[in-house]
Design a protein around this ligand. Structure first.
Ligand code: E9O
Length: 602
């Protein structure tokens, strides 16, 4: 089955369950008293003291309790709702959907086990008809465990104090293999939605191509029954029907189509979206899509057969108080800032972002490298069969969720894995080939972190080479003069060995806003500007050749674990965590606005 985003229609209703839920962390020493005491069998407040917890939000930064901020283990949430009687009289199928919760989730409805989900950044849902109570109140309970192991994505380990006598009883640490805070909780919305009880649409796949000025729209609709009685219409942004077809599968030609373009490639109608209105039996669903095609040559990345130079940022879902929780104000602000900077692209470093963020990328004409949560795959255990099976499953969930999005121009299966290991070759060959088998319309990549072109064992399987470089930061720190030498020789080496286009997916320097020194010194705003300017010179030389993109690390400062090299988080943002520009933000804006003027004319 598919994972269509819940949308209301003539046949479908949505009931939002967001708001204040009850919350209780299981702080018992063995971390499992909640299961022994079966907290799911009664309202959470009857098991012990609960606190109000906002949904959606990370729980970590909400309270004044340090042990909750750093909590590792099971946390419990519950809330109550009523099911409208019309759902029975209208014979509705009812589905409970979590848009995401981090990391491992178990859900009960009215004390009965409903579903489990392994992984933090993708939606999960289940039909609830059998458990729903129409005579009175319903209670949904979720237990969420944020523990990361060698086989989760991202992976982590649990470490106990070596000399037990020198640590408090039961002491342990969650060790992360990546550089951002492991925020947890119900990060995105929770909804109930209805469809007809049987004979409903369960998935839609749309693949498009461009033929001269026409758009080719190939669609496949899947339902719970077959054969399917199905009619589709293509509707443009003014509401006009520009194509129609009968049958669950087919091809429609849209004459003189408005193609989907990044906003920097067209002054007119960027991010143009059509709607595929599907009417099957008595069910209606409207799937947004764009008409565009992505191709890769040995030197270029093409959108609608025209070269696309990606000038953008790597981001995070991260902000004050709510952590990784969905926030519409933040989404709107971030897209306004992307436009202010002149960015035409971002990478969802290092996990799939909320569907509401992806909607804006589609509609505002921002290209996206859609990354899996495969960040920090370093050890042999991270590459064993258990890990591989989960990684394949996650790629399946990601492609299923985002396959119809025109903004997604590439899949990234991982960030900075230990790609020189022998184990990396079969592991990533399998992950990349699996991803391509799920979607052969988009290039697939992984992001390389500091493994050179001769020792890397994964790059041969990708379409585009993505490189993270930190010359004059993690190496030769402070010596910005080395940047042109090292970056140039590195780019040339990659190109000599692998004839593929290259994107620099990260470069950046930690910068404490307001810290100034001239001549520049590391951590000052001057250093970040000098540092980035050195990279830009080289980018300008190579973008006429095989360099097809640059993305600064990072859009904004973001929270990390407590470490001696992180001053309340990673400070490589060109914006602060509160989204105000550093000097580097202005520098980047000046550069990107010029690039827009250059590429627009193309
Ligand atoms: C991943 C990102 O999540 N890349 C890191 C970023 C950082 O600021 C981190 O936040 O630390 C950089 C990793 C460095 C890889 C290059 C290694 C060079 C060795 C000399």
């Amino acid at each position: 089955p598919g994972m269509l985003y819940p949308r209301d229609s003539e046949s479908r209703q949505i009931k939002h369950l967001d708001g204040m839920w009850n919350f209780r962390a299981d702080k018992s020493s063995a971390r499992n008293a909640s299961f022994e005491e079966k907290w799911f069998t009664q309202p959470l407040h009857k098991t012990g003291p609960v606190i109000p917890m906002p949904v959606p939000s990370s729980f970590n930064d909400i309270t004044q309790d340090k042990s909750l901020r750093d909590f590792v283990g099971w946390v419990w949430y519950d809330t109550e709702f009523y099911a409208p009687m019309d759902w029975i009289t209208l014979k509705k199928r009812v589905v409970l959907r979590f848009d995401s919760a981090h990391y491992y989730s178990i859900v009960w409805l009215n004390s009965e086990h409903l579903m489990e989900h392994n992984g933090g950044h993708l939606p999960f849902e289940a039909e609830v008809n059998n458990l729903l109570n129409y005579g009175g109140v319903n209670r949904v309970t979720i237990a969420i465990n944020n523990t990361l192991t060698p086989h989760t994505l991202p992976p982590g380990t649990i470490e106990y104090g070596a000399d037990k006598g020198r640590y408090p009883p039961g002491f342990f640490k969650q060790i992360l293999q990546f550089d951002f805070f492991n925020y947890a909780g119900i990060h995105r919305s929770v909804k109930l939605y209805t469809t007809p009880f049987t004979h409903y649409i369960s998935d839609i796949t749309i693949v498009t191509d461009v033929a001269g000025s026409n758009g080719i729209v190939k669609y496949t609709v899947i339902g719970d029954q077959s054969p399917m009685d199905c009619k589709v219409e293509v509707i443009d942004m003014d509401g006009f029907i520009v194509g129609r077809q009968n049958g669950s599968q087919g091809q429609i030609t849209v004459t003189n189509a408005n193609f989907w373009w990044p906003y920097t490639m067209t002054a007119e109608k960027p991010g143009y979206m059509y709607t595929l209105k599907v009417h099957a039996w008595d069910d209606f669903y409207r799937q947004p899509f764009g008409i565009r095609v992505v191709k890769v040559t040995d030197k270029q990345l093409l959108i609608n057969n025209r070269p696309f130079y990606c000038h953008g940022v790597a981001k995070h879902e991260d902000s004050d108080i709510r952590g990784k929780g969905l926030d519409f104000a933040l989404i709107a602000k971030d897209f306004n800032l992307l436009k202010w900077l002149g960015a035409n692209c971002f990478r969802t470093s290092h996990y799939p972002y909320a569907e509401e963020i992806m909607d804006q990328a589609d509609r505002q004409g921002i290209a996206v490298i859609d990354e899996s949560p495969g960040v920090g795959i370093k050890t042999v255990a991270n590459m064993n069969n258990v890990s591989l099976a989960h990684h394949l499953e996650v790629m399946g969930e990601l492609v299923r969720r985002d396959k119809n999005r025109p903004s997604v121009i590439m899949w990234s299966v991982a960030n900075e894995p230990a790609s020189s290991r022998d184990e990396a070759r079969p592991y990533f060959k399998a992950v990349i080939e699996h991803t391509r088998s799920l979607d052969n319309t988009r290039p697939v990549t992984y992001v390389n972190g500091g493994v050179g072109p001769t020792s890397d064992k994964v790059v041969e399987y990708v379409d585009v080479i993505c490189l993270n470089h930190y010359y004059a930061w993690y190496s030769d720190c402070g010596y910005i003069d080395v940047i042109p030498y090292q970056l140039k020789s590195d780019l040339n080496d990659w190109n000599a060995l692998h004839k593929k286009p290259v994107i620099i997916t990260e470069y950046g320097a930690d910068t404490v806003v307001g810290l100034h020194q001239e001549p520049s010194f590391i951590f000052t705003e001057e250093y970040q500007v000098d540092f980035m300017s050195q990279y830009h010179k080289v980018f300008d030389e190579f973008r006429k050749d095989f360099l097809v993109g640059e993305m600064v690390w990072n859009f904004a400062d973001f929270m990390t674990d407590q470490q001696i090299n992180r001053v309340v988080g990673n400070r490589k943002g060109v914006l602060t965590r509160q989204r105000q520009p550093k000097m580097s933000g202005h520098l980047l804006r000046e550069r990107y606005q010029k690039l827009i003027n250059g590429t627009n004319s193309g």
